[in-house]
Design a protein around this ligand. Structure first.
Ligand code: NAP
Length: 287
């Protein structure tokens, strides 16, 4: 099932002995994408308190049951749980373990402080479409272990568009648009569908039309490389129906989306401060 972006013969298995610590929506989406790309997850394990199954992975409920120490740890729980989980996980993280954090907002230094022995710490800001290998994944690391980070970067490439960032502000900026973006786009699809229902369309049909319209527009933009203004120009003729609609949408949309993303970014900054603050308050190592 391997494809051009999947593993090639003789290639290092970047996911060998991976522990997914927490495997809910986001880490689960990554697993789905990697499985679809044919990456080898045979030695990977998910550790989650519920023990709920994850297709393609062995699932356990405690670190002690996870088997040999991990080469790679993917932190897939909520940022607020870092200080509950890190002290129990830290003893398993040695100089041979790379830690990938997908925790929104939490800075690399805060992760490093919890896992001082880790070989490398990588921050990833993925979004949900990684499950269908059309994700956007921003990456950031303060470590320069090409041997581990390069294969990992290749593994992320199997999930979508990978963007290495040179600072955490850039990672946060990409995350603020792409990370939460699928929720905003899904709301827009729902709003289009509701408007269709108001115009008399059956619910199911309205939803399908709205979804296909967003998919088709995104697909067209991505393949033709037309700008969004060009697309608008090709839909809206002067003094026509679309222009009448845009006269209502335009004055509010940019400001509304900007306010939406600002609110999410503020919350990200709060979570980062929380992780930093706890860390600063601690005088002794956390492990
Ligand atoms: N969702 C997104 O679109 C998105 C995008 C970018 C980044 N993120 C980041 O991804 C992370 C996870 O978010 P999510 O949306 O996937 O949340 P989620 O669906 O609630 O998953 C959280 C996971 O953490 C596990 N967990 C809870 N307590 C634990 C413990 N003590 N030890 C180990 N695992 C534990 C849960 O296990 P059980 O299932 O067994 O309860 C669950 O698998 C967050 O840090 C978030 O910032 C999410």
């Amino acid at each position: 099932m391997a494809d051009a972006n999947g593993p090639q013969p003789g290639q290092v298995n970047a996911l060998d002995r991976t522990w997914f610590v927490g495997c809910g929506n986001m880490a689960g989406a990554m697993v789905e994408g990697w499985r679809a790309a044919g990456l080898d997850l045979s030695t990977a394990v998910a550790i989650r308190p519920s023990g709920r199954p994850v297709e393609g992975l062995r699932v356990v409920t405690s670190f002690a049951d996870a088997g040999p120490p991990p080469k790679l740890v993917i932190l897939g729980f909520k940022p607020q749980q870092l200080d509950q989980i890190a002290p129990k996980l830290a003893p398993w993280v040695t100089s041979r373990t790379t830690v990938v954090s997908i925790l929104a907002g939490v800075e690399a230094a805060s992760i490093r402080a919890r896992f001082p022995n880790a070989r490398a710490v990588l921050r990833a800001a993925p979004n949900l479409p990684v499950s269908v290998r059309r994700g956007v994944i921003a990456l950031y690391s303060e470590d320069s272990h090409d041997q581990v980070l390069e294969p990992l970067s290749n593994a992320f490439s199997a999930l979508g568009l990978v963007l290495w960032t040179n600072g955490e502000a850039n990672l946060a900026a990409i995350g603020s648009v792409a990370g939460a973006g699928p929720a905003y786009v899904a709301r827009f699809i729902a709003a289009l569908a509701k408007a269709g229902v108001k115009r008399g369309l059956p619910d199911d049909l309205a939803r399908t039309i709205a979804l296909e319209t967003v998919l088709g527009t995104g697909w067209m933009g991505a393949t033709t490389r037309e700008s969004t203004d060009e697309i608008v120009g090709r839909v809206a003729s002067p003094n026509g129906t679309t222009e009448a609609g845009l006269a209502v949408l335009d004055p509010e949309l940019d400001a509304l989306v900007a306010r939406t993303i600002e609110a999410a970014s503020r919350r990200g900054a709060e979570l980062a401060a929380q992780a930093r603050g706890t860390n600063l308050a601690e005088e002794t190592p956390l492990a």
